[in-house]
Design a protein. Structure first.
Length: 318
């Protein structure tokens, strides 16, 4: 089938690339219905392909409709709507291994059924487990952080404190289960003082960092109590950074990096993600705030890089 991909051909530059795709054994060909914009691909957008390298085909948060089955595929039919672990989905069509996708129930809209990031949310929530009566803090109330928060509410935490620099996102954190919020625009000392007051001086047992930068990691550490607290990394750190580990060592913290390789079974985490989406536990569709056509994809990446007012999550709809 003749398809069109939005390809990164130079720094911050997409072009439309035409090619032909045919599913091989065990594969399905999908018509892409939606694909989320993920910060893990931001460096590829900013840097472009290496000199002499082919264009970069991005997009790994896709939802598609099966249009062709490869040899040996069963359990799926043409017309099924699916999502899962496949790439190159900023396109009209993409290929997926049948063993790495799941059927999407009709109750879910395309943009709330982006199983790859929601699977990561489930992995992070399972790794961020806390004990009954713990004080928990979320540093970074973006798409991933807020969805992890939605998984943790009601689990017996004494309180869950949302920390961010965006008042609108802090309000979303309240709506999704935070018992208190702290505006971080005043700097680290103001945040630490606010958390100290909220916890009666005890500070935080489990801090979840979901911003993806060194400053957020240091801030998450600064609100933790001493003696084996837990710091959970949800944010995607895909570039060199300098981080002051002095306080990390002083507190003897336990760190969990809950990125995809932390999952013992990503397909099982996807199944749990589908259950949570169907039950309304993870309100993923509510956080999709911006939508772009395939030809508007560069504007979508620029918005994710420098979010306009009200931005939480952008989705490309070919």
């Amino acid at each position: 089938m003749h398809v069109v991909n939005a390809a990164v051909v130079a720094p911050r530059t997409f072009a439309m690339l035409e090619r032909d795709l045919t599913p091989g054994p065990g594969q399905v060909l999908l018509r892409i219905r939606a694909c989320g914009i993920c910060h893990s691909e931001m460096q590829a957008f900013l840097n472009g392909p290496a000199s002499g390298a082919p264009p970069l085909l991005l997009g790994h948060e896709g939802v598609g409709e099966v249009v062709q089955l490869g040899e040996g595929v069963d359990g799926f039919a043409v017309g099924d709507r699916v999502s899962g672990l496949f790439g190159q989905a900023f396109a009209t069509h993409a290929l997926a291994d049948a063993a790495r996708i799941l059927r999407v129930p009709s109750s879910l809209r395309d943009e709330e059924a982006l199983l790859e990031p929601i699977k990561c949310v489930v992995t992070a929530a399972r790794g961020a487990s806390y004990e009954f009566g713990d004080d928990v803090a979320l540093v970074g109330c973006g798409y991933m952080g807020l969805l992890v928060l939605s998984c943790l509410r009601g689990g017996g935490a004494r309180q869950i404190v949302g920390i961010d620099v965006d008042p609108a996102r802090l309000e979303l954190a309240r709506e999704l289960g935070a018992t208190a919020v702290v505006d971080a625009r005043g700097g680290r000392s103001d945040v630490v003082n606010a958390v100290r007051e909220l916890t009666g001086g005890r500070m935080i047992d489990v801090a979840i960092e979901a911003a993806g930068n060194g400053a957020a990691l240091e801030l998450a550490c600064s609100v933790l109590r001493r003696t084996r607290p837990k710091l959970v990394m949800v944010g995607y750190h895909n570039r060199p950074q300098t981080i002051d580990l002095t306080e990390f060592a002083a507190k003897g913290l336990i760190m969990h990096v809950t990125h995809p390789s932390y999952s013992e079974d990503q397909i099982e985490d996807m199944r749990r993600a589908l259950w949570a989406l169907e039950m309304g536990i993870i309100p993923a569709g509510r956080l999709v705030t911006h939508r772009y056509s395939l030809h508007e994809i560069a504007a979508g990446f620029e918005a994710a890089l420098t979010p306009p007012a009200g931005y939480v999550k952008g989705v490309v709809i070919p």
